[in-house]
Design a protein around this ligand. Structure first.
Ligand code: GAL
Ligand code: ZN
Length: 669
């Protein structure tokens, strides 16, 4: 594993650079990410480039043996550019232009911005594409951050109409796909279609779904434009840093074009912003929720089924969550080892030194504002020793190259897969139907139950199933068991892929809402549509419970509690009822219906259970699939070759004691 750090030579006097670079090497750091917001320094006036400072910084890093991940500065177009081309600015759903003064103030579809992007990215790629310090390129920074994936400008409106025409061909086809006779929404031409989200009450959900698809395509096309500008001058690997579990664009599509995928890991900020209840947030206040963090790792590794990077790793408190607690002593080290255990080839801290001014003044770094070591600086040193990162006193051999690092990275091999898909994310977001129903919440529930049973999990993109390997196609055959939570949109082709897996002996479990909608967002009549013959049953009604209300169901003589959601099921003649609801309003409906197909089986479990309730329910199901689960204490998780204890009391697993907030090698016992 390689360690890295995000650094801003543009923020500090030149006479610090050498000293900082040497201190990084002493901490075992081999990569440094720079430049992603530096446009106004690189091009102080239109067309007048100033590369002198970056030339010097690159040379300093090269001499120190640091590999540079060079960010393209496009998240922050300078003031002169915006003043000359106000059409670059994005427009919010309220119709107001989002102005200059922070970041991400551009529309992904602005033609002007495409030209300006090609120009600045091309100039950088030409100058540094063969620099000895260059390890990789990062395109832009956190696409979509601050709600910027969707834009309501005139260009976006016109492009959306063209996009719809390409998708549907005729207005009649669109009317049918969106069911527009409802509320008199019929369109006579594509030019009549507006952008959704500006109507009196909710817009048509199929309209919303297509707008999200369209906006996502815009991000992916914009990234392709950046990559092409780089590729004209450089063949270094290209990466983009996404936010943890960010829902607004399709990561699978973005990953297709990238050489490496990366995400930014902020366990405490993420927990604060997550849908967990207050008790859970309080409990994991200083460590983050271990399964939430691990889920991000497995998701980003899963995008390309290859080692990923953590481009930004929280080093201390952040500045942007509703409250920003300090991490526990040892947490920064645990997060880094957790990354390694889940297949990350690089973990890079954000940031080297705390910013003395501007928006992120309250954000910690490895060094404090005054450049004295903060707590994470010590932990970074411990991590370097844990992972055997070379710690140099001075300049040393060039940092190992990206390809070699990726080839060395250990990718866990799982026997259980969870399927995910961004169309399904959007369908849940557009019509959650009950407060608390969320796509990632569903995925996390199953994921946490499996992790609590000490199982490695692969996240597999639904849209890659059934494709040829050359197109990144993925196969379910290697998995003993597969879970599909909240997979709302199901086509006939997808159902056929599932059927083949099950007939070959696979075990498939669908969660609540599965198969509820067609790919354009209409109701399957009845749900789960083409999955019905597979599971041997159908959904007759649905129940959206209010927050805090729970009910029970019965399986194999035991009682389990659920909340938020219930699909009420009825078994067909070939199906078998595995669990039944207690609530009299359900009139004896089934909660879990299954159908065997030779050695394989498929089933739908309609209730949303907590991970603790799911574990005992899933155990026999997993055992029947030939998987061997074992129950772990809540705070302990295995990540690759480490036991990690995120709690504040010592724990024992298999006779091995894992001290509080510490890591122990699994085979140490
Ligand atoms: C990330 C972003 C960084 C910085 C950081 C603060 O989302 O990429 O530029 O803002 O958050 O935690
Ligand atoms: Zn726009």
């Amino acid at each position: 594993m390689t360690l890295g750090v995000c650094y801003y030579p543009d923020h500090w006097p030149r006479d610090r650079w050498r000293e900082d670079a040497a201190a990084m090497r002493e901490r075992g750091i081999e990569r440094v990410r720079i430049g992603e917001f530096a446009w106004s320094l690189l091009e102080p006036d239109p067309g007048r480039y100033d590369f002198a400072w970056l030339d010097e910084a690159m040379d300093v890093f090269a001499e120190a043996g640091l590999g540079v991940v060079l960010g393209t500065p496009t998240p922050t177009p300078p003031k002169w550019l915006i003043d000359a081309h106000p059409d670059v600015l994005p427009v919010g759903p309220d119709g107001r232009v989002r102005g200059f003064g922070s970041r991400r103030h551009y529309c992904f579809r602005s033609r002007t911005y495409a030209r300006e992007t090609e120009r600045i990215v091309g100039a950088l790629a030409e100058r540094y594409g063969h620099h000895p310090a260059l390890a990789a390129w990062q395109t832009d920074n956190e696409y979509g951050c601050h709600d910027t994936t969707r834009c309501w400008c005139d260009t976006c409106r016109a492009d959306f109409r063209t996009w719809l025409e390409a998708r549907y061909g005729t207005p009649e086809a669109l009317n049918e796909a969106w069911w527009t006779t409802f509320w008199s929404q019929t369109y006579r031409s594509f030019d009549e279609v507006e952008l959704p989200g500006q109507a009196v009450t909710e817009s048509n959900p199929s309209h919303e779904l297509d707008f999200r698809r369209f906006a996502s395509d815009g991000v992916v096309a914009y990234d392709a434009l950046q990559r092409a500008a780089i590729r004209r001058h450089s063949d270094a690997p290209i990466v983009h840093n996404s936010m943890m579990l960010f829902p607004d664009y399709d990561h699978v599509d973005l990953a297709d074009g990238l050489d490496v995928v990366a995400f930014d890991n902020y366990p405490l900020g993420q927990l604060e912003e997550s849908p967990f209840d207050d008790a859970t947030k309080a409990r994991y206040l200083r460590t983050g929720h271990p399964d939430l963090v691990a889920l991000s790792h497995d998701l980003y590794r899963g995008l390309k089924d290859a080692p990923h990077w953590v481009m930004e790793q929280q080093p201390g408190q952040v500045n942007w969550a509703p409250s920003n607690p300090l991490p526990a002593d040892g947490a920064v080290r645990l997060w880094t080892l957790q990354g390694l255990g889940h297949g990350a080839e690089m973990v890079s801290w954000f940031r080297w030194r705390a910013a003395v001014g501007a928006q992120e003044t309250n954000h910690a770094g490895l060094l404090r504002h005054d450049a004295t070591p903060d707590q994470a600086f010590e932990e970074a040193g411990r991590v370097a020793d844990d992972v055997g990162a070379p710690r140099a006193g001075a300049a040393s051999a060039a940092a190992r190259d990206v390809a070699a690092g990726l080839a060395d990275a250990a990718t866990p091999r799982a026997s259980v897969a969870i399927l995910f898909d961004y169309d399904d994310v959007w369908a849940s977001e557009i019509q959650p139907h009950t407060a608390g129903f969320g796509y990632w919440g569903q995925v996390l529930t199953y994921y946490a139950a499996l992790r609590g049973l000490d199982l490695d999990v692969d996240l597999v993109p639904k849209k890659k199933l059934g494709l040829p390997a050359a197109d990144g196609g993925r196969d379910l055959a290697p998995y003993a068991a597969v879970i599909a939570p909240a997979m709302q949109l199901v086509s006939d082709d997808l159902a056929a892929t599932f059927e083949a897996y099950v007939r070959a002996g696979g075990r498939l479990l669908f969660g609540p809402r599965s198969g509820a909608r067609t790919p354009s967002g209409l109701a399957q009549a009845p749900a789960p549509g083409p999955l019905r013959p597979l599971i041997g049953g159908r959904v007759t009604r649905i129940d959206g419970l209010r927050r805090g209300v729970t009910r029970t169901l019965e399986a194999d003589g035991a009682t389990y509690t659920y909340g938020t959601w219930a699909d009420l099921l009825e078994a067909d003649a070939e199906g078998e009822v595995r669990a039944t609801y207690h609530d009299p309003a359900y009139r004896g409906a089934a909660a879990w219906v299954a159908r065997r197909h030779g050695d394989g089986e498929a089933s739908l479990l309609g209730a949303w259970l907590e991970p603790a309730a799911l574990r005992p329910l899933l155990r026999p199901w997993l055992e029947a699939a030939g998987v061997t689960p074992r129950e772990l204490p809540d705070d302990v998780r295995r990540a690759g070759r480490w036991w990690l204890n995120f709690g504040d009391t010592d724990r024992t697993v298999d006779g091995v004691t894992i001290p509080a907030l510490d890591a122990v090698e699994v085979d140490a016992g």
